[in-house]
Design a binder for this molecule. Structure first.
Ligand code: ARG
Length: 595
């Protein structure tokens, strides 16, 4: 495994060296290199520098050029405009760099210089409740970040902070005691596995029935409240029934995650209840240190800058006046556990932007209490709301929350139709079997949903539009999957011709553009890992597929003029395929070999 420096970083380094050699008074100035349409790269750092040094930018630029070494990398450097440098790198340098990437399992992508331990909190549905599109976003974005960070060499610990505790369990458990067969399965009679669907429909029915009774029957309400007390005091029978709700819900959660083609492991599911033993102590420590104070019977933390519409401060309530603990006490305890016991250097929360104030207050409280030191980073990767086609929060026509499972099924169905139609247009001997169509349909449909989510900046709201998501044209996963499949199909048709790099060849413009973009993979990943912005990886991959399309249009692969060119183009196709498939895998999306 050898990491390969990108051409951009090599050029950047040479320019920086030339800058300080030619202009020692400049110190270590940044040449400000970027990709350009005019040449391969443009550096415009000399303009600002000239201002600072009160010099003529074109003269300074000329001095820098004179200080540059001449070699394969810097084929041509030209001063242009008011004092930019236009830089063209040599074809040989491009092919050699790409060949070094191809020789490495990691495509030459280096590990992070100082990897740490990130505890990531994502995919956190609530027990006894249906999952909705918000849970989808957390799962999809979180899973991509896990893959990306791990690939960068970070140690990643996953935490699925499921909502498995709270007063609603009093009502649910009491109802189950009074209607003991409500969670029984049809399947119990005939040995087949319980489906997630059945588990959820049982829970749903029970939830609705118990809620109705709770709202209409004062005595049931009182019995439910007593049940909460029993649950909190750890009464074994009550806990046993609570566990049944958790287990039943997990059957459902896992079925959804499975459909999402996502691996969730049981030991990583540590819900709110997992921190029950710490809550007392968390409150005691906060009160003793003066970070929290009693206010109207509740234990509260106040903030200078957090005020309600009436101008009154809005506190973070750690313990309610009735002695009950809420969401904040659990999150604070979880921070203590994650830093102290799991050794986190970063805490990452993939949670809806509507909870941003909560996390701001929780992080600040943990800092004041000394649980989050300067050496630990706490970040909420906050995501926006999923909207319907009409731009309003995503609801069914009846105004109900859309069931996630229905959405996934519909996406798979639509994608299968697209795959089938496309498959039917292929010559007889290349057609997919029905089984392949079903398998690809799922990979394309789930990929479409994930990609639509991941290709928009997480902080933005996005429109859930299945028609657009499964379209073959435009910025969709299907387009990327077809681009990948096409490279594989060319490879199959190549017969005896094998991919091989030929550094002596002159490259066509479309080959250069594709090659230079391929060379940026590692830098893109480093940026995405540091900024928690998976949409930048999606944008990179989309551009890669677009450059590949142009390359095909301008550079025949199997019909290239010489055998060396055929091999070199096959080599470019192959490296593009590997880069696409690795990038898509990091986003949690499959790239089938044939589509
Ligand atoms: N279960 C919560 C919800 O459905 C999300 C939990 C987020 N994580 C946390 N540590 N608070 O909104």
């Amino acid at each position: 495994m050898a990491s390969v420096p990108s051409l951009a970083s090599t050029v950047q380094q040479r320019l920086a060296d030339a800058l300080s050699a030619a202009l020692p008074e400049a110190g270590s100035a940044d040449p400000l290199l970027r990709r350009s349409d005019r040449a391969d790269f443009q550096a415009n750092g000399i303009l600002a520098l000239a201002k600072k040094l009160k010099g003529n930018p074109r003269e300074l630029a000329t001095k820098v050029v004179e200080a540059l070494p001449a070699d394969d990398v810097l084929k041509d450097v030209e001063v242009s405009g008011p004092g930019f440098l236009n830089i063209t790198v040599g074809d040989r340098a491009i092919v050699e760099t790409l060949a070094a990437r191809a020789a490495d399992d990691r495509l030459g992508v280096p590990f992070a210089e100082k990897p740490g331990t990130t505890v990531i909190d994502y995919a956190q549905p609530n027990v006894a409740k249906e999952m909705h599109v918000g849970h989808l976003r957390s799962a999809v974005i979180g899973d991509a970040m896990v893959q990306i960070l791990e690939f960068a060499g970070e140690k990643v610990i996953r935490r699925h902070h499921i909502g498995d505790w709270g007063t609603q369990f009093g009502m649910l458990i009491q109802y189950l005691i009074e209607h003991p067969h409500e969670l029984d399965h049809k399947a119990d009679t005939d040995d087949t596995e319980v489906s997630g669907e059945e588990a959820m429909s049982n829970l749903n029915r029970l939830y609705k029935a118990s809620r109705a009774l709770f709202d209409s029957d004062e005595e049931f309400k009182a019995r439910s409240r007593d049940r909460v007390v029993l649950l909190q005091s750890g009464d074994p029978e009550t806990l046993r029934l609570w566990q049944r709700f958790v287990d039943e819900s997990k059957i459902y959660f896992y079925s959804v995650f499975n459909k999402l083609d996502m691996e969730i492991h049981d030991p990583d599911v540590v819900g709110e209840s997992g921190y029950n033993d710490m809550l007392d102590e968390t409150c005691r420590l906060l009160e003793e240190s003066g970070v929290a104070v009693r206010s109207e019977g509740a234990l509260c933390v106040f903030f200078e800058d957090v005020k309600g519409p009436d101008g009154q401060p809005v506190p973070l309530i750690v313990r309610k006046s009735n002695g009950g603990y809420g969401y904040a006490a659990t999150d604070l305890s979880a921070i203590r556990d994650r830093v102290r016991n799991l050794g986190a250097s970063t805490l990452l929360y993939v949670v809806d932007a509507r909870q941003s104030l909560h996390f701001k207050m929780v992080f600040e409280t943990a800092r004041r209490a000394g649980w989050l030191g300067d050496d630990v980073k706490a970040v909420q990767l906050a995501f926006g709301t999923v909207l319907g086609k009409d731009g309003k929060p995503f609801k069914t026509r009846e105004g109900e929350t859309v069931r996630l499972v229905d959405l996934l099924d519909e996406a798979i169905e639509r994608a299968s139709a697209v795959v089938r139609e496309k498959a039917e247009s292929l010559p007889e001997d290349q057609r997919l079997t029905e089984e392949e169509i079903v398998e690809r349909g799922a990979q394309v449909g789930i990929g479409a949903i994930k990609y639509a989510d991941l290709s928009t900046s997480a902080s933005r709201d996005y429109k859930f539009d299945l028609d657009q998501m499964v379209s073959l044209n435009g910025d969709t996963s299907v387009y990327l999957q077809y681009a990948y499949a096409r490279t594989r199909s060319i490879a199959r048709k190549a017969g005896d011709a094998k991919p091989a790099a030929h550094a002596e060849l002159e490259l066509a413009p479309a080959e250069r553009a594709l090659g230079l973009h391929l060379d940026q993979f590692g830098e893109t990943l480093a940026e995405v890992a540091a900024s928690y912005e998976p949409h930048k990886l999606a944008a990179y991959l989309y551009q890669l597929a677009s450059l590949l399309t142009t390359f095909y249009a301008e550079c025949p692969v199997l019909k290239a003029p010489t055998p060396e060119q055929v091999e070199n183009r096959l080599f470019l196709c192959d490296l593009t395929a590997r880069t696409l498939s690795k990038g898509m895998a990091l986003l949690g999306i499959r790239t089938p070999e044939r589509l």
